[in-house]
Write a protein that binds this ligand. Structure first.
Ligand code: GLU
Length: 281
């Protein structure tokens, strides 16, 4: 029995890639439970009309889920509790660097080598690492001190299982490779109270998700999630990172690919059965 979830952000219409992700989650929950979760922490980009359209599109595809639906914008106190816990352990710090500051720090001559690119972009050079939470300013983000986190856990590596990519073989990452290749990730964005990484970990645990299904583009982010699960003493679910739906040029479909919005297919008279067949369901 699996419990899975489809967790879209209502920042645009669902397209074929989302349909593939939702159908994968629902299929792998059978027998079991499939949940919908609305990931709307970025209130500047989320719109209620997109949320309504998500529900409409998913029902049209033949999917259903239990109520009430979890909405991340209503979960800020749970994210704050997780941050408080990490703060009490001395594992997070406030960061005032903007993107341009990070770029400048990384291109300073004494840094030498090319910046390493992690799941969230260039690995943070550590400019604010000496700061502590008591110095937190209203415009600061919050970062995880990755080296300290591994020290605290006394772990030399982290691991997770993916049922789709090399099933049965754990994916492993050495602490040192996390520190140099992923680094001090942002756990709370400026003015947002959380980040995707923190919210997804707290909510997957709160909802008892046993199998996390999502696109392969998020494979590298899973290291961050596994580390956070350990720090917050939450279970690590199993994973299924699935293929990405691409356009005819081989490019991954993105939000701006509205030409492939499910709504447009619907309005053109394409049936849900045809969409399912097109996607291999
Ligand atoms: N809201 C995220 C997205 O749309 C969900 C990713 C995940 O399933 O963890 O990409």
């Amino acid at each position: 029995m699996n419990r899975t979830r489809f967790a879209p952000s209502p920042t645009g219409p669902l397209h074929l890639g989302h349909a593939f992700a939702a159908l994968t989650a629902a299929k792998l929950a059978d027998p079991g439970e499939f949940l919908l979760r609305i990931e709307d922490i970025d209130q500047s980009r989320c719109r209620p009309e997109y949320e309504a359209l998500i529900v409409e599109d998913l029902h049209w595809l033949g999917l259903d889920w239990p109520q009430p639906v979890m909405r991340q914008s209503e979960r800020l106190s749970a994210y704050q509790a997780a941050l408080d816990r990490l703060a009490a352990l001395g594992l997070i710090y406030p960061c005032r660097c903007r993107r341009a500051d990070i770029r400048a720090a990384l291109s300073a001559p004494q840094e030498g080598a090319e910046p390493v690119i992690g799941p969230d972009g260039p690995v943070y050079p550590g400019t604010c690492r000496h700061r502590n939470m008591a110095e937190m300013g209203p415009d600061d983000a919050i970062r995880l001190n990755a080296a300290r986190a591994f020290d605290y856990l006394d772990l030399e590596e982290i691991a997770f299982l993916d049922e789709n990519i090399a099933p049965g073989l754990p994916h492993r990452l050495a602490a040192q490779d996390f520190i140099s290749g992923v680094g001090d990730v942002v756990l709370a964005r400026r003015g947002m109270g959380t980040s995707y990484h923190l919210a997804v970990v707290v909510d997957d645990a709160a909802q008892g998700i046993t199998l996390v299904t999502r696109g392969k583009d998020l494979l590298d982010s899973t290291w961050i999630h596994v580390l956070l699960q350990k720090l917050l003493e939450l279970p690590t679910p199993r994973y299924h990172h699935h293929r990405l739906i691409r356009d005819e040029h081989g490019k991954r479909l993105a939000k701006r690919d509205d030409a492939r919005a499910l709504k447009l297919y619907r309005d053109d008279g394409v049936s849900a059965a045809e969409i399912r067949q097109l996607l291999g369901f």
